[in-house]
Ligand binder design. Structure first.
Ligand code: 5GP
Length: 186
């Protein structure tokens, strides 16, 4: 039977990771994107069970205590976790499973998963200056939040050596093609 493979994509906030993943899945619909659980409030366009499983903090804690998460982390003021069962079932079915999670989660999975089953990908902006412009253009965050995200991005980028691949998201289509190649060759 074919064994599945786990791909983890992490990136500093504003790097364009979500758009890249969306384009990748359009190109290769056989990839299964894992739906995480979070204590964050849903955004206007988000659907429970599709974008995230939105839960109260006490339910998240219960899932931690029941060892239901493959990994979990506190990211920018909210908790996020990946269901161990959903990932395991997908892998057992021989699927390519993609997790779009932060670096803390990526490091936890690196410690738990055998190397042959796992590929860690880190997406970076061409420069911090460009990242700053992108965060400002997105218009989603206050000036203080942008400053925080930039400082965090600097720290996160220093961890890129722990990933198997680093993709520079300078030209969107090139970055999507690189991602596609990595996923279909490893
Ligand atoms: P957002 O709230 O903007 O959707 O996501 C905020 C951050 O949380 C992003 O970096 C995203 O990749 C990360 N994230 C989403 N789901 C998970 C998860 O299950 N585990 C971890 N560790 N991070 C997650």
């Amino acid at each position: 039977m074919k064994t599945g493979h786990l791909y983890v994509i992490s990136a500093p906030s504003g790097t364009g990771k979500t758009s890249l993943v969306k384009a990748l899945i359009e190109k290769d619909p056989s990839i299964r994107l894992s739906v995480s659980t979070t204590t964050r409030e849903p955004r206007a366009s988000e659907v429970n069970g599709k974008d995230y499983f939105f839960v109260k903090k006490e339910d998240f804690d219960k899932q931690i205590n029941n060892n239901e998460f493959l990994e979990w982390a506190y990211v920018y003021g909210n908790f996020y976790g990946t269901s161990a069962t959903l990932v395991k079932n997908s892998i057992n079915r021989g699927e390519k499973v993609l997790l779009e999670i932060d670096w803390q989660g990526a490091f936890q999975i690196k410690q738990r998963y055998s190397k042959g089953l796992l590929t860690l990908i880190f997406v970076v902006p061409p420069s911090l200056e460009i990242l700053k412009e992108r965060l400002q253009k997105r218009g989603q965050d206050k000036v203080s939040v942008i400053a925080e995200r930039l400082a965090a991005a600097k720290e996160e980028m220093a961890k890129s050596g722990n990933f198997d691949y680093v993709i520079i998201n300078e030209k969107f289509d090139t970055a999507v093609s690189e991602l596609y190649r990595i996923i279909n060759c490893s």
